[in-house]
Design a protein around this ligand. Structure first.
Ligand SMILES: *Cc1c(COP(=O)(O)O)cnc(C)c1O
Length: 427
């Protein structure tokens, strides 16, 4: 499978039916699996044999879809989670505990910012947030003795800042820690984080991967490239796990250590798995991901060009737009395109923004992005409303920012809808 192009992997990776088996990934809607003897079952519990015993740990539908995403990212292993929030939580918590520290880009999703800044702090994990545009010196200065990971978003939601992946990877590796990135917006179709030195990738699969707004889900993918054994920073991976008969993950599972630990320890104890039905829907979405991303990007470019030329719009940010401040960095890390999300401000500020949104007919107001239907959101009054103005500024979210998620309808219809709503908002 690894020699196939990414479009082929979208459709075939992770599941190869044998003679007479279902052509499509079957939904194994079963909590448990039957064995003929207790000895066989015991071996599974001891991780001495591989096989299914309880869906909280493993399920054939979930595993096939996780394997498909691992193949798309070019990683060695992946685990599905019940949401993108769970994916980012587990990605950090798998290698950090109370007393540890993480360096994170400040341009991240509001939910992730709260997870880090509030909930993980309560668990004793400290964060230093850095502006992704900071200098190498500033970035290096954020590290501490107890730093265990670096985190960023390849394209931040909703501020659309593109991470200088190599700058962050170099700093992480110089301090002996992995770089974890959330690759939700570009997806592996448009951005290949592992090729630029990223060690672990997460996604909210709720967005483009599913693509149809049918399920909330997440995934963690390991590149297999980070050597956990070269320091004593990761005792959870490199010393015996008493809660698993003293197995040492790096010894027993090699490049699969990080994902195996996330499954058998974190999923065992915290249990945030997706239902097999949801995993199936995600798998179905992945089959057209390559086609949809292409159309999202070409539609978004047309819409961004329209907005840029409109007298009723005060500013437009779309990294794929020639002349955009991030155009060059976007071309470097995402040569095929970025994603379908555009942010812009309507002339007349907050009030005009609200009127614009209420005047749309085709595009809908939803707390969602990145699916087939064009949708809009005003982050300052919805997803980011818990943040103070100063925190908003830090996340790169202006109070008049409208996040427009361009769908895969005909671009002519999308633009006509925006045009009429702009006229009404600024009348
Ligand atoms: C939506 C989103 C999340 C959270 O994912 P859920 O599936 O809603 O839990 C995390 N990161 C990014 C970049 C997102 O867009």
């Amino acid at each position: 499978m690894s020699e196939y192009k990414i479009a082929t992997k979208c459709i075939h990776a992770g599941y190869t039916p044998k003679n007479g088996e279902p052509r499509q990934i079957p939904i194994v809607q079963s909590t448990t699996y039957k064995y003929d003897s207790s000895v066989e079952m015991a071996k599974l519990f001891d991780l001495e044999a591989s096989g299914y015993f309880y869906t909280r740990l493993q399920n054939p539908t979930n595993d096939a879809v996780a394997a498909r995403i691992a193949a798309l990212e070019g990683g060695v292993a992946a685990v599905l989670t019940s949401s993108g929030q769970a994916a980012n939580f587990f990605a950090i918590f798998n290698i950090c505990s109370a007393g540890d520290h993480v360096v994170s880009s400040s341009a991240i999703y509001g939910g992730t910012f709260n997870l880090f800044n509030v909930t993980l702090r309560k668990l004793g994990i400290e964060f230093t947030f850095v502006n992704p545009d900071c200098s190498e010196e500033e970035l290096n200065a954020a590290f501490k003795e107890n730093t265990k990971a670096v985190f960023g978003e390849t394209i931040s939601n909703p501020s659309l800042q593109i991470l200088d992946i190599e700058k962050f990877a170099n700093a992480a590796h110089a301090h002996g820690v992995p770089l974890i990135v959330d690759n939700t917006f570009p997806t592996p179709i448009n951005c290949r984080p592992f090729e630029f030195g990223v060690d672990i990738v997460t996604h909210s699969t709720t967005k483009y991967m599913d693509g149809h707004a049918t399920q909330v889900g997440g995934v963690i993918v390991d590149s297999g490239n980070f050597d956990w054994t070269k320091s004593d920073k990761y005792p959870g991976l490199t010393t015996p796990d008493d809660s698993y008969h003293g197995i040492t993950y790096t010894e027993r599972f090699g490049k699969g250590a990080y994902i195996t630990k996330a499954v058998v320890q974190l999923m065992r104890d915290l249990g945030s798995i997706p239902g097999p039905q949801n995993a199936f829907l995600l798998g179905l979405g992945l089959e057209t991901l390559h086609l949809r991303m292409e159309r999202h990007c070409s539609n978004a470019l047309k819409v961004a060009e329209f907005l840029k030329n409109s007298d009723l719009v005060s500013w437009v940010s779309y990294p794929g737009l020639e002349g955009d401040a991030q155009y060059d960095i976007a071309k470097k890390y995402m040569p095929k395109g970025t994603c379908g999300v555009i942010s812009f401000g309507v002339k007349g500020g907050r009030e005009a923004a609200t009127k614009f949104m209420d005047s749309l007919r085709l595009a809908s107001i939803v707390t969602h992005v990145a699916d087939s239907k064009t949708c809009v959101l005003h982050p300052a009054s919805t997803t980011h409303r818990q943040l103070t103005d100063a925190q908003l500024e830090e996340c790169g979210v202006k109070s008049d920012l409208i996040r427009l998620s361009v769908g895969i309808e005909d671009a002519v219809d999308i633009i006509a809808d925006i045009a009429q709503a702009l006229c009404q908002a600024t009348a």
